[in-house]
Write a protein that binds this ligand. Sequence first.
Ligand code: SF4
Ligand code: F3S
Length: 107
Amino acid sequence: MTFVVTDNCIKCKYTDCVEVCPVDCFYEGPNFLVIHPDECIDCALCEPECPANAIFSEDEVPAGQENFIELNAELADIWPNITEKKDALPDAEEWDGKPGKIADLER
Ligand code: SF4
Ligand code: F3S
């Protein structure tokens, strides 16, 4: 089991999640974060920390966002590790809650 970062992280990237992860298994792209499924220990600490409510247990990913399970695995192998909180993206508040941001994912 792993936790998964989903659509609402895109263009927000608040990064509160990385502060609490005991195994440092978050990986960072230009406008999105992902969790490495082989490193996540399923502790659930990050889920309530995300201001955008973008983190879910693998078996509770919202309908229509199941593709993010594979996407987290794919990008975690490519992107660099992130272990410290940084500023959210400049327009994070504006984008928080907008649907379908996958179209804006930068790799
Ligand atoms: Fe890290 Fe725990 Fe979140 Fe997994 S569930 S990403 S181990 S904080
Ligand atoms: Fe993204 Fe939420 Fe973390 S917006 S960077 S999953 S705190």
